[in-house]
Design a protein around this ligand. Structure first.
Ligand code: ADP
Ligand code: ZN
Length: 218
């Protein structure tokens, strides 16, 4: 299964991806996670990306396209993958299409995660991530057992720099301008499946799985 998760910042792409990884045993490929790792490691790519990310701007297409080109060739992605946070612009989507064509593979589907703006804002401002393992929590809806401490590895939970309120607005604006056009792009290809992702977590997951069973011909 090869799928794209599309949706606003805060829609829950990362959280849902983690469940899909468990169920389908295919890797999650998140350009956001890859870029954050590059920033942390201080690589040349990380140094270039950092300034854009801090402001909530997109990192230039050429950089993320190269990241993905290398990543989808790796062995663990040969049976499928979940793309989380890529593509995010039309040029990225067009490049991905060419890459997949040259590898002789097709996308199974594109899931559009739908969430009301008020909920997005709440999820983003309440989000905390583990400094150690990257696990995600929410101070309102997915609290760790002990405040500020990761259940999985015991390290400290922090707020991502781009989850500060001033930056959040910019990320949502950038999404509308650059990423929203992908909805029509994939709709025209008959690949788009919208999933309403508000409400109880288990119900949302069930809707996502059922949408995938219907769309994805694996
Ligand atoms: P979110 O979906 O919550 O905004 P991500 O972790 O996907 O978070 O992305 C964080 C930041 O990383 C983005 O605001 C952007 O600066 C950069 N980024 C991630 N993926 C891409 C991409 N495909 N193209 C350009 N920039 C990206
Ligand atoms: Zn942790």
């Amino acid at each position: 299964m090869r799928i794209i998760l599309l949706g606003e910042p805060g829609a829950g792409k990362g959280t849902y991806s983690a469940e899909l990884v468990k169920k389908y045993k295919i890797p999650q490929i998140s350009t956001g996670d890859m870029l954050r790792a590059a920033v942390k490691a201080g690589t040349p790519l990380g140094k270039q990306a950092q300034e854009f990310m801090k402001k909530g701007e997109l990192v230039p297409d050429s950089l993320v396209i190269e990241l993905i080109r290398e990543r989808i060739k790796e062995g663990d992605a040969s049976k499928g993958f979940i793309l989380d946070g890529f593509p995010r612009t039309l040029p990225q989507a067009q490049s991905l299409e060419k890459m997949l064509q040259s590898m002789n593979i097709r996308l199974s589907g594109v899931l559009k995660i739908e969430v009301a703006k008020a909920i997005l804002l709440k999820r983003l401002t309440g989000r905390r991530v583990c400094k150690g393992c990257g696990a995600t929590y929410n101070i309102d809806t997915m609290k760790p057992q002990k405040d500020g401490v990761c259940d999985k590895c015991g390290k400290e939970l922090i707020q991502r720099p781009d989850d500060k309120p001033e930056t959040i607005e910019n990320r949502l604006t950038v999404y509308q301008k650059d990423t929203a056009p992908l909805i029509e792009f994939y709709e025209n290809k008959g690949l788009l499946k919208r999933v309403q992702c508000e409400g109880e977590y288990d119900e949302v997951m069930a809707r996502i799985f059922s949408a995938l069973e219907k769309t994805a011909k694996v």
